[in-house]
Design a binder for this molecule. Structure first.
Ligand SMILES: NC(=O)c1ccc[n+]([C@@H]2O[C@H](COP(=O)([O-])OP(=O)(O)OC[C@H]3O[C@@H](n4cnc5c(N)ncnc54)[C@H](OP(=O)(O)O)[C@@H]3O)[C@@H](O)[C@H]2O)c1
Length: 276
């Protein structure tokens, strides 16, 4: 894709979104960076200005989506903003946490799509990148509510891809593995460890996080992969943006549901695990 026109990135004040916004700007697109609190955008605006990147900031809270001021030449949309929480067994995850995950990671995303899709469809061109998570590819215990909120968007991406293809608009789902951000750091501790019936599995999961942390790439490295994917003229619906994500996606494509479940059972719930 010719890197001209404008891009919109949600959750652009930090983490992956910030790096993607700057990378799109370096490739030559004018960037609309949406942030929940415009007061947090100062460092982003300063870095963009120093790099000669055209970047403007707009307010967007996924819990209360208000009208966006979309540029006429909008052609790249990156739904990046998201929340991670509630690392508990399904039986214990509080319903307000479940509702917040779905509100932010699914309902709010659809509300943004309600605004950007008619715009891109009318132009007859563009790409929508949706950042979900490679966690949807693995039956990790205690991530169920988060994974479900991301899987909901994954399913929506498939439908959206078919709906928009006739109008020249493409959809790309990006499933990150570990990227070194506040979000990843916040997923290190599992509250499930405080629940005796689940303690052994939670401790096993937390120990496995060493390998996850070691595999983490920088947001900047992930952003290069994400922007390459979005600006490519062709490519698959789903892709990763880091080596662990690549491996998980390749394994997911090469195995059956039962093979994957058997692997995850052996990994996280081996025979002899404590019973209640
Ligand atoms: N990092 C990873 O390893 C990883 C792996 C898989 C998937 N992901 C996904 O990648 C995306 C970015 O992750 P990250 O690690 O960069 O996350 P992060 O460091 O936690 O940043 C999250 C971003 O989302 C914004 N956000 C959260 N709730 C919002 C709301 N209600 N309305 C508007 N903005 C909201 C945050 O804004 P505030 O600054 O205002 O809070 C922030 O900009 C997320 O969708 C995440 O689920 C990340």
């Amino acid at each position: 894709m010719d890197p001209s026109g404008s891009a919109l990135v949600t959750g652009a004040n930090r983490g992956i979104g910030r790096a993607v916004a700057l990378e799109l700007g370096r490739r030559g697109l004018a960037v609309v960076a949406t942030v929940r609190d415009p007061d947090t955008a100062g460092p982003l605006v300063a870095e963009a200005g120093a790099a000669g990147i055209a970047l403007t900031v707009q307010h967007l809270d996924l819990g209360a989506v208000t009208p966006l001021d979309l540029p006429a030449d909008l052609r790249v949309v990156v739904l990046n903003a998201g929340t991670q929480s509630g690392y508990l067994p399904i039986e214990a995850v509080p319903l307000p946490v479940v509702r917040d995950l779905l509100e932010t990671n699914f309902v709010g995303q659809i509300a943004v799509l309600h605004q950007v899709v008619p715009h891109l469809r009318a132009r007859g061109a563009g790409v929508i990148g949706v950042i979900t998570s490679s966690s949807v590819l693995v039956a990790s215990p205690f991530y169920g509510a988060y994974r479900a909120s991301k899987a909901a968007m994954s399913a929506a991406c498939e439908s959206l891809a078919v709906e928009l293809a006739p109008f020249g608009v493409t959809v790309r789902e990006i499933l990150p593995g570990p990227v070194a951000t506040d979000g990843l750091a916040g997923s290190e501790h599992l509250d499930a460890v405080a629940l005796p019936p689940y303690r052994a599995a939670a401790e096993r999961m937390m120990a496995s996080r060493d390998a996850v942390r070691a595999a983490a790439v920088t947001p900047e490295a992930a952003a290069v992969r994400i922007v390459d994917t979005l600006l490519a003229d062709a490519g698959p619906l789903r892709s990763a943006c880091d080596p662990m994500g690549d491996d998980l996606l390749a394994h997911w494509r090469a195995t059956t549901d039962q093979e994957r479940l058997d692997r995850d059972l052996a990994r996280y719930a081996p025979a002899g695990d404590p019973s209640p």
